[in-house]
Design a protein around this ligand. Structure first.
Ligand SMILES: Cc1cc2nc3c(=O)[nH]c(=O)nc-3n(C[C@H](O)[C@H](O)[C@H](O)COP(=O)(O)OP(=O)(O)OC[C@H]3O[C@@H](n4cnc5c(N)ncnc54)[C@H](O)[C@@H]3O)c2cc1C
Length: 558
């Protein structure tokens, strides 16, 4: 982990660099021409220039040894600039990941030092034409080349699809099947038999080079097998998901806020029906405030998860999935709403929100689609539900009730209602064996993500109120505003869990007419309905905060 001061300096350098090298007109032009600004990417990764990649490399290999929290902060800032360029940097990080987690000491020294010192660009080659979400369907092969009994190298054959930096990387980590199972190999550009296609003509992130790769009897020495042992590939990929997904989470957050930060000032200047749009409640409370609440709920979850990863709790794959799911869906919704907020202007290239909206679209697809995230979340938390005999979320709810007793007004009581209801829905799904329906399993994943994020945001609001927030954390909102945001989001989460939960449980035939009244009561619906009280006042307050017109000294408790 790096010092807070160093992180601040890095973020400032990044902002200054972007201002100079990637102003809006340059971004629009590159987007129009569908071109990756390779000189900019190289300068970002050059130790003599910006050297952003140093943050991701351990100190022993010449980097700064940034932790998950640092990486999240830098990725959010990169995404605010341009998601295509951010993806080019992400690709180097992703590409070097199998090395960071699984390589031999010598391999780590060679490759991580080269990334730090030479600014080597990497690409991460996992996806194939037939193997996307299901990497197990991988067809690329790496056949051992022997001298006597000894394996001296491998011959790689196959194709990779949608590879970021595919046409511009200096080195590639490539997942291929060996006799011992899927394994990562390092292949350098220019290797005989290795080619890439022209860049894809994409919907968004057009500043990122995405290309298909082809391997035709590409020979690599045995020391290019990451870790030196066959069959470790899928484990190595899994081992970093929590961490790498946080980068994409930060992309969703950064792009979502970048769009809102264009819509908010626009609406103060745009006069319709005699007043600025920023004064129209039907505008702010639909197009701005709910998106702020969603983004900040996702931020609370990312920050908690990043802190836990940095504290050594492992790669936290499920938490990474929850954060990715919520932040990228929220980022997409915020960018889409920002187009609407700018009306006809939003629909043109000049105002940039349509570009942000096209760019952020990829975040719900790469590094695991939203549907795969729903599945990952649901499967894991289903096990927690079973292991605790249905108590997992009741226990989480009780923790929030204790927080509410200590710190009222931060939405913890409402988040607790969401979690109790979730526990009841999951129990009903267990009794009626509803997870045999894949749709129900995935919808549970969504409800889990909402309820957990509600808890997280109320904990974050309490930390701010108690002056205990991580000093690297985002401080856009003070304690009062964060508490209001938390209440707004918790109310939505509690209603969503109960209404959607009922919809799917009843819809799948999981409940008889006779059981209905008792089940509705178990969900705590009346309390959840009563908790909606104060919603409009909280939304008014957040609009006032966003537009700098909030009165000082508002009480925390609603
Ligand atoms: C611009 C871009 C950059 C990329 N960069 C990289 C990179 O650098 N390296 C790399 O390895 N890959 C990269 N990818 C690939 C990316 O990770 C995959 O596109 C993604 O994992 C989804 O795989 P797929 O496209 O084959 O879709 P599919 O897996 O075919 O999915 C299609 C749809 O079906 C859904 N679906 C899939 N399986 C299930 C299921 N079991 N149940 C229910 N629904 C399901 C998905 O959610 C999705 O909505 C990139 C992709 C793009 C577009």
């Amino acid at each position: 982990m790096i010092a807070s001061k160093t992180l601040k300096l890095s973020l400032k350098s990044l902002k200054d660099f972007a201002k100079k090298r990637l102003p809006d007109e340059v971004l629009r032009d590159l987007d129009e021409r569908d071109e990756c600004p390779l000189d900019v990417v190289h300068d970002m990764c050059s130790p003599e220039k910006l050297g952003i990649q140093l943050l991701f490399i351990p100190e022993e290999f010449g980097g700064l040894g940034g932790g998950a929290f640092d990486v999240y902060c830098v990725c959010e800032e990169m995404a605010r600039v341009d998601l295509g360029v951010a993806t080019a940097v992400l690709a180097t990080f992703l590409g070097s990941d199998p090395i960071t987690v699984g390589a031999t000491p010598q391999q780590k020294k060679t490759w991580l030092t080269r990334i730090a010192n030479e600014g080597l660009l990497f690409a991460y080659g996992a996806t194939e034409p037939e193997a996307g979400s299901d990497l197990g369907a991988l067809r690329t092969t790496a056949d051992p080349v022997r001298e006597g009994d000894r394996v001296v190298g491998y011959k790689i054959n196959g194709n990779k699809q949608w590879i970021s930096n595919g046409g511009v990387a200096d080195a590639y980590t490539v997942l291929a099947n060996t006799p011992g199972g899927p394994s990562w190999f390092i292949v350098e550009k220019g290797a005989k038999g290795f080619t890439h296609d022209e860049p894809e003509d994409k919907h968004g992130i057009r500043l990122s080079n995405t290309a298909a790769l082809a391997f035709n009897d590409v020979y690599v020495d045995a020391d290019r097998l990451v870790g030196g042992v066959e069959g470790q590939g899928l484990n190595q990929a899994q081992a970093v998901f929590g961490y790498t997904r946080l980068m994409v989470v930060a992309f969703g957050l950064g792009a979502g806020w970048a769009a809102l930060d264009r819509a908010i000032p626009y609406s103060t200047k745009r006069i319709q029906a005699g007043a600025p749009l920023s004064q129209k409640q039907g505008y702010t409370h639909k197009l701005i405030v709910p998106h702020v609440a969603h983004l900040e709920a996702a931020r609370a979850y990312i920050e908690e998860t990043a802190e836990r990863i940095d504290a050594g709790e492992g790669s936290l794959n499920t938490e990474g999935a929850i954060a990715k799911y919520m932040a990228t869906e929220a980022g997409n919704a915020a960018a889409e709403a920002s187009i609407q907020a700018l009306g006809g202007y939003g629909y043109t290239h000049e105002y940039m929100v349509e570009k942000i909206s096209r760019d952020v679209r990829i975040t719900t697809i790469y590094e695991g689609t939203s549907e795969i995230m729903e599945m990952t979340i649901s499967r894991d938390r289903w096990q927690s539900h079973l292991k605790t005999r249905g108590q997992h979320y009741h226990e989480r709810a009780r923790e929030l009730e204790a927080l509410h007793a200590r710190q009222r007004g931060v939405g913890a009581d409402i988040a607790a209602l969401a979690l109790h209801a979730l526990a009841e829905i999951m129990e009903k799904a267990r009794v009626a064996r509803l997870t045999r329906y894949q749709h129900i399993l995935l919808r549970l994943g969504e409800l889990i993500a909402y309820a957990e994020c509600a808890g997280s945001l109320s904990r974050r609001a309490a930390l701010v109120a108690e002056g205990k927030l991580n000093e690297k954390a985002n401080r856009r909102f003070d304690a009062t505003a964060l508490a209001a945001l938390s209440r707004i989001f918790s109310r939505e989460a509690a209603l969503k869990v109960t209404e959607d939960g009922l919809r799917w449980v009843v819809g799948a035939g999981g409940i008889s007419d006779a059981e209905m009244t008792g089940f509705e009561a178990s969900l705590g619906l009346p309390a959840i309905h009563r908790a909606q009280s104060g919603l409009i006042a909280d939304m008014d307050y957040i609009a006032d905060v966003l537009y700098g017109r909030a009165a000082k000294g508002r009480e925390l408790a609603a």
